[in-house]
Write a protein that binds this ligand. Structure first.
Ligand SMILES: C[C@@](CO)(OP(=O)(O)O)[C@H](O)COP(=O)(O)OP(=O)(O)OC[C@H]1O[C@@H](n2ccc(N)nc2=O)[C@H](O)[C@@H]1O
Ligand SMILES: Nc1ncnc2c1ncn2[C@@H]1O[C@H](COP(=O)(O)OP(=O)(O)O)[C@@H](O)[C@H]1O
Length: 285
């Protein structure tokens, strides 16, 4: 197994943005029905997988504050073993670059990369649809990272169609707070009856995020970040936040804005990608 290329190599787990997020209803189990547009970014966590002979799953460097068995990579690897009956073991090294709980989907992407790469390294040959279904058991945002392409998402985000929004430069502010996703979805004032729109409406400029008002009402740092970024461009919330972002067609403009904000804010400069770098690496073998 050690001779299969891919063991001991760094695999990307890209961030995502929600370029639009509409809440159009609620399921019987309380989960909200969404219409959203996911776009991948070139900003990544990096995962390295090492074979283990004892059949167990472990982390080389657990993330501070996240118990090892709760880590989404460990949960993903164990779920894959349970589903397939595979008795192989793995030790996972995580290079964490994406802010946690920021609406960039880092934990979900780590889980997806683990599913896709171990499916490959362990020679399990599960089809992508099966990996997406496993991913959904771990979180609503995992399937899109397994899908591996910018997507128009419906349902709770698991009904996906490929979409090709422009691959623009992005300035992201991470305000100094953690938005609790559950709190926002439980909030009374949340818009839950947005009109269902079509992909063409988004492409024509319909790009609001229905969580923005409630998140800004509860979390002042997010409101302040939107105000700071709005000085330069249209600023939007990704997911339920806390990150806010603005898109730029020129790299130079994005760099200038990022530089101006850096003194006061935690800022990331990234580029939108429609194809996940995970699949680019997988295809390179
Ligand atoms: C809304 C999005 C958009 O990308 O926000 P971000 O997490 O990226 O900010 C995601 O779908 C979030 O997915 P994820 O972060 O996996 O959420 P989960 O842990 O599954 O859900 C946390 C809680 O939020 C509520 N929840 C979540 C998703 C949804 N469509 N409806 C809900 O009502 C549920 O109460 C759930 O218990
Ligand atoms: N490998 C992981 N990376 C990040 N967060 C993880 C991981 N495993 C479990 N978590 C938990 O998932 C939560 C949400 O993480 P993340 O996906 O980064 O946020 P968001 O869904 O807001 O983008 C974290 O606060 C953390 O407790």
């Amino acid at each position: 197994m050690e001779s299969i290329p891919g063991w001991g190599e760094k695999w990307p787990a890209p961030a995502k943005l929600n370029l639009m997020l509409r809440i159009t209803g609620r399921r019987a189990d309380g989960y909200h029905l969404l219409q959203t547009v996911f776009q991948m970014l070139d900003l990544c966590d990096w995962l390295t997988f090492y074979p283990k002979v004892d059949g167990s799953v472990s982390l080389l460097n657990p993330i501070p504050g996240v118990p090892e068995q709760d880590d989404l990579t460990v949960r993903a690897a164990n779920l894959l073993k349970l589903h397939t009956g595979c008795n192989a073991g793995v030790c996972i090294e995580i290079e964490k670059n994406l802010p946690m709980g920021g609406g960039l989907g880092g934990g979900s992407s780590d889980a997806a990369t683990t599913l896709v790469v171990l499916n490959h390294l362990w020679g399990l040959n599960l089809p992508k649809q099966a990996l997406m279904a496993l991913g959904l058991q771990l979180g609503a945002d995992v399937p899109v990272f397994v899908f591996g392409h910018s997507a128009w998402g419906e349902g709770v985000g698991e009904k996906l169609q490929p979409i090709m929004p422009p691959e623009q430069w992005v300035v992201i502010i991470k305000p100094d707070c953690h938005v609790n996703t559950k709190e926002i979805f439980c909030s009374e004032g949340l818009t839950r009856d947005s009109k269902v729109v079509k992909m063409s409406d988004f492409l024509a400029g319909e790009d609001r995020n229905d969580c923005t008002q409630e998140v800004c009402r509860i979390y002042q740092p997010v409101k302040d970040a939107i105000a700071a970024l709005s000085v330069y461009a249209d600023a939007r919330l990704t997911g339920t936040g806390a990150c806010v972002f603005a898109q730029f067609s020129s790299k130079e403009d994005a760099e200038t804005v990022a530089q101006s904000l850096k003194g006061e804010w935690q800022v990331f400069l990234a580029k939108g990608l429609n194809k996940s770098p995970l699949y680019k690496k997988l295809e390179q073998g």
